[in-house]
Write a protein that binds this ligand. Structure first.
Ligand SMILES: Cc1cc2nc3c(=O)[nH]c(=O)nc-3n(C[C@H](O)[C@H](O)[C@H](O)COP(=O)(O)OP(=O)(O)OC[C@H]3O[C@@H](n4cnc5c(N)ncnc54)[C@H](O)[C@@H]3O)c2cc1C
Length: 412
């Protein structure tokens, strides 16, 4: 155990995830402290590791000097130092919180902080490797949660040969990104992969074996029905990791509140990524985490920079293990891209193009003279132009027919 105070490092970063690693690659000489044992990796690709398509080294991020397997347990703002669980104390001139988020543990009967055997969160590479080790062909798996994470996990487990049931409380899948029609296509695609999808399905509890080391054996639904389960994946959302900031007395709402220079209520401390709240928004998306890290790198390197929010795109590829044709012509892979707000408000124009035979669907929402959001399925040829138009928040040309937005060049 080390107890001495080490030399002051100019910048200390807590968290070696996507934002922390990006910052380390852009700011020379930072000290990064990361609780995970692995070198930094691209979290967005974890489902590919679970499906066995990639080995963990393939998703590694560019190497960064990280103190791995070390957790910061306290921030001392008066002395400007952080205290770690290995006894080390590290002084900072500038501190960056890049602590990401934690999976939400739903309030289920039979679930407490010690997860029963067979119950898996899906956040870290270790979660993913544990899940991969537990999956074998024919194993019964229940995924709780039908958002991006649950859909990715269900697809990957099905690809490994598991018998998968996806239980989604909401009316349709990926409610944050998709409208009902697009969600219906996604559902049919998952079903074609062998996933049994239940929507408006509330899980009430877990049934576990008795004894000192209980293991899950079924998932109990609100109506009393039980889904047999040897594996259960919790994909019920995430919550920003703000405990350290809160204990240090920083301004925390949903996330750690930051200004346009990603500075917290303490001018010597910044926050980026999933743990940060900027202008009332916690993004929880990789694109925003990387953009915030880039702006902060400029700030820390002494350049003037300002963060004005992120217009991030969500993309998902669901690959069929075989190219067997399935309903709606949704054979092979299914590509999905969603951006902005695709739920129309009164007065919005909605332009939609659906081709059930080819499994293609495109919809965009136009608010005033701007693109507000959209969902593209199947053929993503138009995604680049549409996404750029939305990201740049440029007015749409007044003389353009809105239908052109859905042609392959996005009408430009
Ligand atoms: C399976 C999966 C799929 C996803 N797919 C997508 C997608 O398709 N598109 C998308 O935009 N986003 C996706 N996301 C979300 C995306 O991964 C996150 O938005 C992104 O990782 C945020 O980066 P971050 O650096 O803020 O947090 P993280 O990458 O979570 O990194 C935070 C790190 O900080 C460490 N840490 C926390 N507290 C401490 C401490 N006290 N001491 C030391 N270390 C600490 C954690 O262990 C972690 O390694 C996905 C996430 C998951 C889990």
């Amino acid at each position: 155990m080390r107890t001495q105070t080490e030399n002051a490092a100019r910048v200390v970063v807590i968290g070696a995830g996507m934002a922390g690693a990006r910052l380390a690659s852009r700011v020379p000489g930072v000290t990064v402290i990361g609780e995970e044992e692995h070198a930094p990796y691209n979290r967005v690709l974890l489902a590919e590791v679970l499906a066995g398509r990639y080995e963990p080294d393939v998703i590694a991020l560019p190497p960064a000097e990280v103190r791995r397997g070390v957790r910061v347990v306290r921030i001392d703002r008066v002395e400007r130092q952080v205290l770690c669980d290995d006894g080390s104390v590290i002084a900072y001139e500038r501190l960056v919180l890049a602590t990401g988020s934690n999976p939400v543990l739903p309030p289920l009967r039979g679930l407490n902080h010690r997860l029963p055997d067979g119950v898996h969160p899906f956040r870290t590479l270790d979660d993913c490797l544990a899940l991969r080790a537990a999956v074998r062909p024919g194993v019964r798996a229940v995924v709780i949660g039908g958002g991006l994470l649950g859909v990715s996990a269900a697809r990957a487990l099905a690809e490994c040969g598991a018998q998968v049931v996806l239980a989604q409380q909401g009316e349709h899948l990926m409610e944050r990104q998709l409208d009902a029609e697009a969600a219906g296509m996604l559902r049919r695609h998952l079903e074609a992969l062998g996933v049994e999808v239940h929507t408006e399905c509330r899980v009430r509890g877990l049934r576990c074996t008795d004894g000192d080391a209980p293991a899950v054996r079924a998932v109990e639904l609100a109506d009393g029905y039980e889904l047999e389960a040897e594996i259960t994946v919790l994909a019920c959302g995430v919550r920003p990791r703000t405990g350290l900031a809160q204990a240090a007395g920083l301004d925390v709402r949903k996330g750690i509140v930051v200004d346009d220079e990603l500075r917290t209520s303490d001018p010597y401390i910044h926050a980026v990524g999933d743990c940060a709240e900027h202008d009332g928004t916690v993004y929880g998306l990789a694109g925003a985490a990387l953009e915030q890290a880039d702006v902060l790198a400029d700030v820390l390197n002494g350049r003037s920079a300002s963060y004005g929010g992120t217009r991030a795109l969500t993309r998902l590829t669901l690959r069929s293990p075989s190219a067997a044709p399935v309903a709606d012509g949704a054979a092979g892979s299914l590509d999905l891209a969603a951006f902005g707000d695709s739920r129309p408000m009164p007065g919005d124009d909605v332009i939609r193009l659906a081709d059930a035979t080819r499994g293609a669907y495109r919809t965009v929402v136009v608010r005033g003279d701007r693109l507000a959001g959209g969902v593209l399925f199947g053929d993503l040829a138009a995604v680049g132009t549409l996404a750029r138009t939305w990201q740049d928040d440029e007015p749409l040309p007044a003389d353009m027919s809105l239908l052109h937005l859905l042609t392959n060049d996005g009408g430009f």
